[in-house]
Design a protein around this ligand. Structure first.
Ligand code: AMP
Length: 187
């Protein structure tokens, strides 16, 4: 049966980590637009070359490109059981996703918002920069990504609150504790 979930929260909130766990439990496929873009960058595709500059600046790749990528991915699936991680990030993407979910007859089970302290998030990202060497994890880019999140993505909290699907989860503390909170709220 089709089912979708959205993971929201600022960069560094732990969306990726928690998404992996939830996908195992609910048999969902994690669809991270950031991972898809990094894959393009690695493969040196035309899209990858364009996206890299934007990503390294901490800005957003165009809605058109992102929505096209997500649509193509959904089209390739027999059953749409997806956890969206890092998508949607703008109102235009959220509206496009509403339409896609209708087209693919895939209901939205919930939108999980991981709430964290911004200073803690910044420290987490700086640590990840050391460990993974992601080129978009330097301090300037991190600050920019948080700014972009607050300006362009945070308004989606209100958007999804209006649908009654938003589930706020305290994202602070141990990974296992956050996982338990998410399980508890989703049932
Ligand atoms: P993430 O791994 O989700 O933090 O994404 C890394 C970078 O990829 C972001 O800072 C953006 O430049 C780009 N990106 C990922 N997902 C999106 C999206 N849904 N819309 C626009 N840009 C995105």
């Amino acid at each position: 049966m089709n089912e979708t979930l959205i993971f929201m929260g600022p960069p560094g909130a732990g969306k990726g980590t928690q998404a992996v766990k939830l996908c195992e439990n609910r048999k969902l496929k994690q669809l991270s637009t950031g991972d898809m873009l990094r894959d393009h960058v690695r493969r040196g595709t035309e899209l990858g070359v364009q996206a890299k500059q934007i990503m390294d600046a901490g800005k957003l790749v165009s809605d058109e490109v992102i929505i096209g990528m997500v649509r193509a991915e959904l089209e390739s699936m027999e059953e749409v059981r997806v956890l969206f991680d890092g998508f949607p990030r703008t109102t235009a993407q959220a509206e496009a996703l509403d339409q896609l979910l209708q087209d693919f007859n895939a209901p939205l089970a919930g939108v999980v918002l991981l709430e964290v302290d911004e200073e803690v998030v910044t420290q987490r990202l700086l640590k990840r920069a050391e460990l993974e060497g992601r080129s978009d994890d330097n301090e300037q880019t991190i600050r920019n990504r948080l700014k972009v999140y607050n300006e362009q993505t945070a308004p989606l909290i209100g958007y999804y609150e209006g649908t009654g699907k938003l589930k706020k989860v305290d994202g602070m503390g141990e990974v296992a504790d956050v996982e338990a909170r998410i399980q508890g709220i989703l049932g």
